[in-house]
Design a protein around this ligand. Structure first.
Ligand SMILES: Cc1cc2nc3c(=O)[nH]c(=O)nc-3n(C[C@H](O)[C@H](O)[C@H](O)COP(=O)(O)O)c2cc1C
Length: 185
């Protein structure tokens, strides 16, 4: 699969890191793009920086000379993780002024899989209306709401309860988190 992982300035950089840790570039073509503000939050939340495997391709925000900026060459999946309400609102309203936003716009118009992982609380009516619009436009809204029934013991394990659902929706087999009522050897 060709997968674009977009990271924005919402809290939850660890979700992006754990997703990238669990997408194997030997099996998939992985591309990464960061919003301007993502760099600030990353510095705060992942002081050692984002760890990327060597074959993962990173892109700047400005140049539209990337395959996923055109509907003629769309990717299989784009995940915005974590997704700020600012980026979410811009995507909902078709504002495609940079590569990240344009890529999301392309995914919607080409009816490809766009997975948004918003992180904000509480939610305003503006947020909810934007979420409704995106759902109607075909996006998958997968909020960064961890679960606890698997008794996660570390922060990474808590984050993985969200990342496992993202991997499920991408369509990548995952054994990160035991499924409810699943028997394991
Ligand atoms: C430490 C920190 C945490 C933030 N967490 C969130 C958040 O969880 N959700 C959100 O929507 N915005 C959050 N913000 C605000 C966004 O970073 C801000 O709206 C920014 O303009 C988003 O830009 P972007 O969408 O281009 O990344 C946070 C900002 C800071 C500094």
């Amino acid at each position: 699969m060709r997968i674009l992982v977009a990271i924005t300035g919402a809290s939850g950089a660890l979700y992006a890191q754990r997703l990238l840790d669990n997408l194997d570039p030997a099996h998939h073509e992985i591309h990464v793009v960061l919003s301007n503000y993502a760099h600030v939050v990353l510095q705060q939340e992942l002081p050692a920086g984002l760890k990327l495997r060597p074959t993962v391709k990173t892109h700047g925000l400005k140049s539209m000379s990337v395959p996923f900026a055109s509907g003629s060459n769309p990717f299989d999946v784009m995940v915005v993780i974590p997704c700020s309400m600012g980026t979410l609102g811009r995507i909902a309203h078709g504002i495609s002024e940079d590569v990240l936003l344009r890529a999301a716009d392309v995914m919607l118009k080409e009816r490809r899989k766009l997975i948004l992982v918003p992180r904000e609380t509480p939610l305003s009516l503006v947020h909810l209306k934007n979420l409704e619009l995106l759902l109607l436009a075909g996006a998958t809204i997968l909020p960064a709401n961890p679960s606890f029934y698997t008794l996660p013991q570390t922060v990474e394990q808590v984050a993985d309860t969200v990342v496992a659902r993202v991997l499920d929706h991408i369509g990548v087999p995952q054994t990160l988190v035991q499924r409810w009522q699943e028997e394991r050897d």
